[in-house]
Design a protein around this ligand. Structure first.
Ligand SMILES: Nc1ncnc2c1ncn2[C@@H]1O[C@H](COP(=O)(O)OP(=O)(O)OP(=O)(O)O)[C@@H](O)[C@H]1O
Ligand SMILES: [Mg+2]
Length: 255
């Protein structure tokens, strides 16, 4: 098996002549936490939309575990084990936290309707859902209506519902967005924990999060890869520093 769980070759997306993603060769090593960084509008979210089939590429290909998945339906790719948090796992605001995770679990088991009719099988599901909530430190919120959850905890719930699918690879788009430092620290630890036995690809603007969590970083600017490597190397790359001129982000990231 290839050391790369995910590879793109010449991945390109044009919107009416505007090239949002240009000839991207992304390689993500199995087991890594890999960051995709870059200034606003660099094309990071578009790359995620291509990988998860929300958008078809203009050209190029996507290989997951060595298989060409470029033209495959989103649900088929998700079933292979590449899942974007809050793609499949968008949460229902008026259900409880526990109910949301239970729905995630039911999805993994398909449409075996009869199974769900027995009380016993519901107990089994509730047990597993509670385990998942415990693993993301949300057991205390099990009976909370999701809409009432503190903002900083919503990502943990999305991660729990994604974990219900037991994905091989998780895609996280700005998991710490809008959070204060306490919630950020909690999410960082959570990502580290759920990364055991799986691969994570994450878009992240907070470079101290990238510096302390990620094994490898790809820097995207104007749709193209500018640099790729470990943080210590990429953060010293003059081209990267230049791309970040005006935001001293990259120099503040050492703690
Ligand atoms: N559906 C679309 N139609 C037209 N242009 C689009 C579309 N989606 C994205 N773009 C453009 O493509 C470029 C890349 O956008 P994208 O959202 O991928 O950037 P990003 O790196 O995720 O930025 P941010 O850091 O702000 O989230 C932007 O110029 C954006 O305006
Ligand atoms: Mg984005």
């Amino acid at each position: 098996m290839s050391e790369f769980i995910l590879e793109t070759n010449g991945l390109t997306k044009e919107f009416k002549g505007f090239v949002a993603v240009s000839n991207v060769d992304l390689k993500v090593q199995r087991g890594h936490i890999h960051a995709l960084i870059g200034p606003n509008g660099a094309g990071k979210t578009t790359v995620f939309n291509l990988l998860t089939k929300f958008l078809p590429p203009t050209s190029g290909s996507i290989l997951f575990e060595g298989q060409d998945i470029t033209r495959e339906a989103p649900v088929v790719t998700a079933r292979r084990g590449m899942v974007r948090s809050f793609q499949i796992s968008a949460t229902f605001p008026n259900l409880t936290v526990l109910e949301n995770v239970r729905i995630g679990l039911q999805r993994t088991l398909g449409t075996e309707f009869h199974f769900w009719r027995s009380k016993k099988s519901l107990d089994v599901l509730n047990g597993r859902a509670m385990e998942l909530l415990e693993s993301v430190d949300l057991a205390g919120f099990a009976d909370t209506v999701t809409v009432e959850m503190p903002y900083g905890r919503k990502r943990a719930l999305e991660i729990a519902t994604t974990l219900a699918l037991d994905p091989k690879m998780m895609l996280l788009d700005e998991p710490t967005q809008g959070m204060g430092s306490e919630d950020i620290a909690r999410v960082v630890e959570l990502i580290r924990k759920v990364s055991a036995n799986r691969t994570i690809l994450m878009v992240e603007h907070n470079l101290s999060v990238v510096a302390n969590l990620c094994d490898r970083i790809t820097v995207l600017t104007r749709g193209s890869i500018l640099a790729e490597g470990p943080y210590a190397e990429v953060s010293k790359n003059p081209k990267v520093l230049e791309a970040y001129v005006g935001s001293d982000d990259i120099n503040d990231a050492h703690h």
